[in-house]
Design a protein around this ligand. Structure first.
Ligand code: ADP
Ligand code: MG
Length: 569
């Protein structure tokens, strides 16, 4: 008698992995545990890179910045309830920053969760994720995994990018189905972020407004960096002859030393400009909402805005020329419309900004050159500024208060998407997650400039950096505390709320896991240590001793810090 061949089977585990791989996703950032431990193992066995972290928030931040760097959704994989919640902070942050990311979390049995009968790590994760991300989906049947993953990818990448939650209940993973039917159920997402061309009349309107300007300005935001339209953006600036100000993560889109960069004359540029072209930058708090004294006389500024999200227009002030579409298409359309005979902006405006910029640079220069100990922020950053100039392809990760604000102004960037920082929320804790993904996704060396407080949020991930042998050099600006290290408890009982153990040796943390630690007290020592570390390509941490009295409260954003008007008797 003929023996019927056993039908080949597949299951939920393999379908998830196959669906991701089919869509060109090669890396998963996560923390293993029930019910996704085997998913990670199998993904690794199937050739994916699986980077395991010590805490989900950092895996999530890694996935988010991988999305920013590659335009493919970064994947973060977590366990249920607490692991999911830990990852959710990063998902919400990714959504706020318009980074494409997918948080995939295992979840407990639906039947028990929905009846609230108290399952292991019981939580209605889909409901909780929904308001905090761009889209959220749950897959209940193995046959729907292909569609579920496809929807997640398309939601993350198309239009304004953002974070997507994908809920995979434990039962799904071991569901079996016929392998051939399984393969057929997978979907390769065609053109996940389709070009969105601007309307010709929107381009004509924008060019009319731009032509009328006496003091035009371009503001480049991280949307412009994300868009990877680097050549077109450079050509827009150079063809139009309009000076530009880069937002933090758009630094390096054109080199900060470009003659049309008004970065070092930012206040003057914002205050005195009459027409501003926003390219992938929102008029949120980081641009004083497009109004108030930063923007000069009320009503003195007209805004043209390029954005893929139509509802961004008029969110804070009137946009006289909305240009809705993807940045590459919009910038190209503007360039085509400018044609050959484009009138350069009045030279007095260019001269004003140029002399303001030169004056500011000259004022700053001596502060960057002191070699005294203890170091202040300027002297230490002066040393790092030279290192970044000599290593323009290194990626700079930056967080802290003073460490962030001052580094942003002092360290020039020379290439696109090399500066990764705290973004729209000004969040602390992105450091090690961003550093890991920057190294993994680009293979470039990473210099991570961290306030000691900021470092603390993700510091345990130095083990992750050592485990994967990543070329990450962390510099901790150690001033013994938050903002400063000099506060005291008025009651004399405890340490002040903003100070840490004085003279801590963060370098020893790196040594504990086999990396190289350095302890430095002068800019010369700092330069030597960072160069040695970056030449070695090995994990390193430089504990840079900063004067505890050097920082200012809240860095540059002290005005956001509420003050009590009441004097206690
Ligand atoms: P920044 O903080 O640097 O000013 P924001 O995050 O505020 O930047 O703004 C980025 C903007 O870029 C968002 O409004 C987003 O919708 C937009 N954006 C992102 N990617 C694209 C793209 N490919 N084309 C057009 N706009 C984009
Ligand atoms: Mg500090």
């Amino acid at each position: 008698p003929e023996v019927e061949a056993e039908p080949e089977l597949t299951d939920g585990f393999h379908l998830v992995i196959d669906a991701l791989k089919l869509n060109g996703i090669e890396t998963i950032y996560g923390v293993p545990g029930i019910p996704i431990t085997d998913l990670g193992r199998m993904a690794q066995a199937e050739g994916m890179r699986v980077i395991s972290f010590r805490h989900e928030q950092h895996a999530g931040n890694a996935a988010a910045i991988a999305g920013f760097l590659t335009q493919k959704p970064g994947i973060c994989l977590t366990v249920s309830a607490p692991g999911f919640l830990n990852g959710l902070t990063a998902l919400a942050n990714a959504t706020t920053n318009c980074f494409p990311m997918i948080l995939i979390s295992g979840s407990s049995e639906r039947e028990i969760v929905d009846l609230q009968q108290g399952d292991y790590e019981e939580m209605d994760q889909l409901a909780i994720a929904k308001p905090l991300c761009k889209a959220a989906f749950r897959v209940l049947h193995a046959a729907d995994i292909g569609i579920g993953v496809a929807r997640a990818i398309r939601a993350a990448c198309s239009g304004r990018p953002g974070g997507v939650y994908l809920d995979l209940p434990a039962k799904l993973f071991s569901q079996v189905m016929d392998a051939e039917a399984g393969q057929k159920s997978l979907v390769k997402v065609i053109d996940p972020a389709p070009a969105q061309h601007p309307a010709p009349e929107a381009i004509a309107r924008a060019l009319e407004v731009l032509k009328s300007a006496k003091r035009p300005l371009i503001v480049l935001g991280k949307g412009a960096a994300y868009a990877q339209a680097d050549a077109a953006i450079r050509s827009l600036v150079e063809t139009s002859g309009i000076p530009y100000v880069p937002m933090s993560m758009a630094k390096g889109l054109l080199p900060d030393t470009h003659p049309l960069s008004a970065g070092a004359a930012r206040s003057t540029a914002l205050k005195d400009s009459d027409v501003v072209l926003l390219v992938g930058a929102r008029l949120n708090w980081l641009l004083s909402h497009g109004k108030g004294k930063s923007w000069g006389e009320p009503g003195s500024t007209k805004f043209i805005q390029i954005d893929i999200e139509p509802r961004e227009m008029d969110s804070n002030v009137e946009i006289v020329a909305p240009v809705v579409g993807d940045i590459a298409s919009c910038v190209q359309a503007l360039l085509d419309g400018m044609g050959k005979g484009w009138q350069q902006p009045p030279s007095d405006w260019i001269e004003t900004l140029k002399s303001k910029r030169e004056a500011n640079v000259a004022k700053m220069a001596p502060k960057l050159m002191s070699n005294a100990a203890p170091m202040n922020f300027h002297a230490a950053l002066g040393a790092l500024r030279t290192i970044v100039k000599e290593r323009p392809d290194a990626i700079l990760v930056n967080e802290g208060a003073n460490t962030l604000d001052l580094a942003r102004g002092i360290i020039d960037m020379y290439q696109p998407r090399k500066r990764l920082d705290v973004g729209t929320w000004g969040i602390m804790g992105i450091g090690m997650g961003f550093a890991v993904a920057a190294a993994v996704e680009t293979g470039k060396p990473v210099l991570c400039v961290e306030g000691d407080s900021a470092f603390g949020f993700s510091g345990m991930e130095v083990e992750t950096i050592c485990r994967y042998g990543l070329p990450v050099c962390i510099v901790v600006f150690n001033n013994n505390g938050i903002y400063r290290g000099t506060d005291t408890d008025p009651t004399g009982r405890d340490p002040a709320t903003t100070v840490f153990v004085p003279d801590s040796r963060y370098d020893k943390m790196m040594e504990a896991f086999g990396g190289v630690g350095y302890h430095v007290t002068t800019p010369d020592e700092l330069t030597r240590a960072v160069n040695e570390a970056m030449n070695s390509g090995r994990p390193a941490l430089v504990n840079a001793v900063i004067d505890p009295a050097a920082g200012s409260e809240s860095g540059n954003i002290g005005s956001l810090n509420p003050q009590s008007g009441i004097k206690k008797k």
